[in-house]
Design a protein around this ligand. Structure first.
Ligand SMILES: *Cc1c(COP(=O)(O)O)cnc(C)c1O
Length: 420
């Protein structure tokens, strides 16, 4: 099936007379005929047992997203940050390190550089444009994974996924890609060598700013038996001695994440959230097409304005990442644009305050056009160095172009620029 069809039909196939729409299974628990049946499920988790780590409504959405990304399995989480955290902790313990592109989401920078450090996991940040050798040098014997974002939030850089996958694989490490801004409609990182793909589903997947969520997708391609991941190849005593690679084969990573970490952390979404997420997914291909169309028109308008210092939007001819975008994102580069307003922080603030249609909010990838000043909001915890490394600067405004008529969006920007 093609993406549009998968978005409507993957994950849930109604049986004769069943509801056409995946129902909300609002139950904490599930009833079994015998304890033998239940015991068998502890060995092979093929059906939900308890909604802290599995639920039929969430499961349908997980299958749909796995299908869209081309993975063997997926697990939803209660937020995008929970997906980042669980995807990393599924591979790392105290004493390990990870290598990450410096151009990643501010929350991820914070998690990697401050919070994980307290638990003994060190992160080495590498410039998103690093060459192969620089990336190689960052990898140490205790490194367990390499991490990056397809289109970085808010830097809007495009990662050379194939190159990063190659270097990671040479070192026997998996590449985890946060594909939030691209969505599987614009890029499928697994096709370029990514091993694990994660999303904040709060953004384009949900699409309507209704509920926070995240998802982790397992490509099933990584060889966990290469000696670097004993937790996958030795018995898990917390799970009656199961050996993930032996018992679950290609789905070892995602089943370990569920049966070990989700069991213990419990950051699973509610069935109702998954139901809403599914509604967003159904129209995602159509919406992404329009975001790209509106985004490009707004980027072209901004580029031509004398009130604007710089525009970052990879689909724009002449953008630093235009060539990489042509390779990885041939259909477009979503609706998010970064723009540096001439005159710095103060003028950027004035511009935002003058907008009437676009709303100032802590969100991105919404159906409504919204704007944010990262330096004073989402990224205010970062040092100036981290701010610049993550692609933000004090004059930068992030515009998330929505699905209003593009003429109205541009008219709003025009009147706001006129006031600075
Ligand atoms: C928003 C975002 C996150 C965090 O997602 P939440 O759902 O807000 O927890 C992670 N990565 C990227 C790229 C994001 O844009």
């Amino acid at each position: 099936m093609k993406d549009e069809t998968k978005c409507l039909h993957s994950g849930y196939t109604p049986t004769d007379g069943a509801p056409s729409v995946m129902p909300i299974v609002q139950s904490t628990t599930y009833r079994f005929e015998s304890s033998d049946h239940m015991a068998a499920l502890f060995d092979t988790p093929t059906a939900p047992m308890y909604s802290r780590f599995a639920n039929p409504t969430v499961d349908a959405v997980e299958q749909k997203i796995a299908d869209l990304e081309g993975g063997v399995g997926a697990m939803c989480t209660s937020s995008g940050m929970a997906a980042v955290l669980v995807s990393v902790l599924n591979l790392c313990s105290a004493g390990d390190s990870i290598v990450s592109s410096a151009a990643v989401y501010g929350g991820t920078v914070n998690l990697f550089s401050v919070t994980l450090k307290k638990y003994g996991i060190e992160c080495i940040f590498v410039d998103v444009d690093a060459d192969e050798d620089t990336l190689r040098t960052a990898i140490k014997p205790n490194t367990k994974l390499v991490f990056g974002e397809t289109i970085a939030n808010p830097a809007l850089t495009v990662l050379d996924i194939e190159m990063w996958a190659k270097v990671a694989h040479e070192a026997g490490l998996p590449l985890i890609i946060d594909n939030t801004f691209a969505t599987p409609i614009l890029c499928k990182p697994i096709e370029f060598g990514a091993d694990i793909v994660i999303h904040s589903t709060s953004k384009y997947m949900d699409g309507h700013a209704l509920q926070n969520g995240g998802v982790i997708v397992d490509s099933g391609n990584f060889d966990w038996t290469n000696g670097k991941f004993p937790e996958f190849t030795e018995p898990d005593e917390s799970y009656h001695g199961i050996i993930y690679t032996k018992d679950f084969g290609k789905a070892a990573y995602i089943i370990k994440a569920r049966m070990q970490l989700m069991r213990d952390f419990g950051c699973y979404p509610a069935a109702h959230s998954a139901f809403l997420l599914n509604l967003g997914l159904e129209t995602m291909p159509l919406r992404m097409e329009r975001y790209c169309e509106n985004g490009l028109k707004v980027a072209q308008y901004l580029k031509a304005s004398d009130k604007v210092e710089a525009v970052r939007y990879a689909a724009l001819e002449g953008d630093k990442y235009h060539e990489l975008a042509k390779k990885y994102l041939p259909k477009g580069t979503c609706g998010v644009i970064s723009v540096d307003i001439k005159g710095g922080r103060e003028k950027a603030g004035k511009f935002i305050d003058s907008l009437k249609l676009a709303s100032c909010e802590v969100h991105v990838a919404d159906i409504r056009t919204c704007v944010l000043h990262p330096a004073s909001t989402t990224h205010r915890q970062l040092t100036d160095e981290q701010l610049i490394a993550s692609g933000a600067n004090p004059a930068m405004v992030r515009i998330s172009v929505g699905l209003e008529n593009v003429d109205d969006i541009i008219a709003d920007i025009e009147q706001a620029l006129a006031q600075i």
